[in-house]
Ligand binder design. Structure first.
Ligand code: UT7
Length: 346
């Protein structure tokens, strides 16, 4: 379901309130110059056209589940909790096709019998997972939910493909959501979200799935990596994120000029700037960390929340608009007032 421009929307049941935020980046930095030693590209092109100076890359022994585990631990520490009822993990790069990555992360966190499952909505995955978690809370199915976005994009990116290699990085971020009162600071507002599967092939890994199982032994190696029609995706990203952001603001009963901070998926610096421009939100209200971490897909939004809170660019009382977009195509937006007393654990 997508939210139309129907105006403020009441959501029944308890609210989902942010009580903790954490993040984790693998230590290895990959500069544009290092990438360009094997790509027909340049540091100058990547800085100007994408806004990235460096991204992180996990060692081969480190998986998405490992990054998720660290971010989850930090979010729980930030919230001051040792247990949750459910863990929802957004990722495009699960440790295995089967099983989901979330149960193993929950097990390693010591969460006995917790509900744990993955959500796949590309770079919009974390906001989708937050919507699912908020639904669990408002339905009374869980009181406290850990929502994690984690990616090892280096596992699915061809480092010889200049259309994708400069863009993506590895990392993880997480938040703890707890049942609270509607209207309370930290409470997630209504979600505006949707998908357009007619453009499923705009960002796709052609081989390795059930659709291409008859080509398992014959597909070229490059078909096991992400293929993206970047320019087309760029245009849809700006259009869909701008509309979803407007819908979420309207559903919250806010106006765009009341937004203090726009947390936009760090897809490409120019995409974030175009969305902010379309919404009339000035650059100083649009924190960004893409220069340092690149596009970390489902980890992008929680990483930016953690970094912006840590650097004081996100302060208690700020009205925050969150929006993301990715493969599917899929998009999602929501709102919250940044809560007092939440210290990001990096
Ligand atoms: O995270 C959610 C999903 N992903 C995204 O939202 C990513 C969206 N797309 C993008 O960020 C951009 O489209 C890219 C960064 C992927 C590409 O930037 P662009 O400005 O859209 O470039 P383009 O594809 O329109 O290509 C413009 C020119 C072309 O050369 P000609 O034909 O004009 O001579 C490309 O061949 O730039 C060339 N080009 C490059 N040159 C140097 C494309 N990639 C590169 C590169 N280095 N890495």
């Amino acid at each position: 379901m997508n939210v139309s421009s129907a105006g403020p929307r009441e959501v029944p049941g308890p609210a989902a309130v942010v009580t903790g935020v954490g993040s984790h980046l693998p230590p290895r930095r990959v500069t544009n110059d290092e990438l360009c030693s094997r790509l027909d590209s340049s540091d100058e092109w990547i800085r100007e056209r994408i806004g990235i100076q460096e991204r992180r890359r996990a060692d081969a022994a480190v998986s998405t589940g490992d990054l998720a585990l660290e971010a989850a631990r930090r979010a729980m520490r930030s919230a001051g909790v040792t247990d949750v009822d459910a863990l929802v993990l957004a990722t495009t790069t699960p440790d295995h096709h089967c099983p989901a990555t979330a149960p193993a992360v929950a097990h390693r966190l010591g969460l006995q019998d917790a509900v744990a499952f993955d959500v796949t909505a590309g770079c919009a995955g974390f906001v989708h997972a937050s919507a699912v978690a908020a639904g669990l809370i408002s339905a009374g199915s869980a009181r406290r939910v850990l929502v994690v976005g984690a990616e090892t994009m280096s596992a699915i990116i061809d480092s010889d493909d200049r259309a994708t290699a400069p863009l993506f990085g590895d990392g993880a971020g997480a938040v703890v959501l707890e049942a609270g009162l509607r209207g309370q600071d930290g409470c997630l507002g209504p979600f505006a979200w949707g998908s357009d599967g007619s453009l499923a092939d705009a960002i796709v890994i052609p081989a390795g799935g059930a659709r291409a199982r008859d080509r398992r032994d014959t597909a070229p190696a490059g078909d096991f990596f992400v293929h993206m029609r970047g320019n087309e995706v760029f245009r849809h990203a700006v259009r869909r994120m701008s509309q979803a952001a407007r819908d979420a603001v309207l559903a919250a009963g806010w106006t765009l000029d009341e937004v203090d901070r726009l947390i936009v998926h760090q897809a490409n610096g120019r995409i974030g700037a175009s969305v902010a421009d379309a919404l009339g939100i000035p650059a100083e209200r649009t924190p960004s960390n893409i220069a340092r971490v690149g596009n970390t897909a489902a980890a992008s939004v929680p990483l930016l929340l953690a970094h912006a809170a840590d650097e004081g660019r996100l302060k208690p009382g700020h009205r925050v608009l969150v929006v993301a977009f990715g493969s599917g195509l899929a998009w999602a937006a929501t709102t919250l007032v940044w809560p007092p007393g939440v210290t990001a654990e990096l």
